[in-house]
Ligand binder design. Structure first.
Ligand code: SF4
Length: 292
């Protein structure tokens, strides 16, 4: 008889749950169907959730169409946006409901304060990720900043010795990798203010996923293909378990990989709805029962 180990931390984190609820509340509390509700970009990296909201009347808008759509309420997603974006949306006549995760908001405040105080800003993360783009947008204009993501980048940092440098991280960055990069940067002799702004939800999810992956025959990571935290979970689990699979829904689960398998581990990224996790779990359970 096989066992299924479902990570307790699988699925929506606090920030995503909060943002999704804020969109739902806007939809449910509108007094007339004429009131327009938008999300600035997809509210989370999950196609199912986004299309469900579309059907209920919350439409995704972007920088390109913010000025052309009818005025309405715009919910800012948990990743956050730049200060300029908020100003632009307001200038277009939209009302803002800010669902930026408080942990991301904290980074905005840190980079705003330290850049104001003359620090250069160093962000550990992926420059292309919307969260990092949002963080950059809260740095005082004219401040020198750099985004680094690997050891090479850290080695080649060019700030002068003794320079005031404020270091923060993207909330979903890998904890161990962050420590390694900080060790390299510490050798550079900067006057540094460093704060790990990796959020606990991510850390906990990564740690639990690694623990489960180390003791199972097959590890399933459920997440949207566009979700960076899900892809990181896949990377971490793959290092512990050779049979790690990345799936978006239960339909992607190839049951033949569960043949002669005893222990199955399941985890899911921060933007994976509970319903999808349950469907995958059910499919695995059925497979195990059929084998008995
Ligand atoms: Fe907030 Fe952490 Fe979730 Fe990001 S992963 S939305 S920082 S709770």
């Amino acid at each position: 008889m096989g066992n299924i180990f479902l990570a307790k931390s699988a699925g929506f984190c606090f920030g995503v749950e909060r943002a999704v609820k804020m969109v739902s509340d806007q939809i449910e509390n509108r007094t007339s169907m004429d009131e327009r509700i938008y999300t600035y970009g997809p509210i989370i990296h999950n196609d199912t959730v986004v299309s469900d909201f579309e059907k209920r009347g919350a439409h995704v808008i972007s920088e390109e169409d913010m000025a052309t759509v009818e005025n309405g309420t715009v919910v800012i997603r948990s990743h956050g946006v730049t200060k300029q974006t908020i100003d632009d949306l307001e200038a277009c006549g939209h009302k803002i409901v800010d669902a930026t995760c408080p942990f991301v908001k904290k980074i905005h405040k840190i980079v705003a304060k330290y850049s104001e105080d003359g620090y250069k800003i160093l962000i550990i993360g992926n420059e292309k990720h919307p969260e990092v783009q949002g963080i950059i947008g809260w740095i005082k204009p004219g401040t020198e900043y750099i985004v680094i993501g690997n050891e090479e980048d850290a080695e080649s940092l060019h700030f002068s010795k003794g320079e005031k440098v404020c270091l923060v991280s993207q909330t979903t960055f890998n904890h161990n990798k962050f420590q390694e990069l900080v060790e390299i940067i510490n050798e550079k002799g900067y006057d540094m203010f460093a704060m790990s702004t990796i959020c606990n939800a991510t850390e906990l999810r990564q740690k639990e996923a690694a623990e489960i992956a180390a003791q199972v025959d097959v590890m399933l990571v459920i997440g949207d293909k566009n979700s960076s935290n899900s892809r990181k979970l896949f990377e971490i689990c793959s290092n512990k378990c050779d049979n790690t699979f990345f799936i978006q829904t239960a339909d992607d689960l190839d049951l033949s990989v569960l043949q002669s398998i005893h222990n199955i581990g399941i985890t899911a990224g921060a933007s994976t709805p509970q319903k999808i996790i349950e469907e995958v779990q059910k499919k695995c359970q059925q497979k195990i029962l059929n084998k008995c």
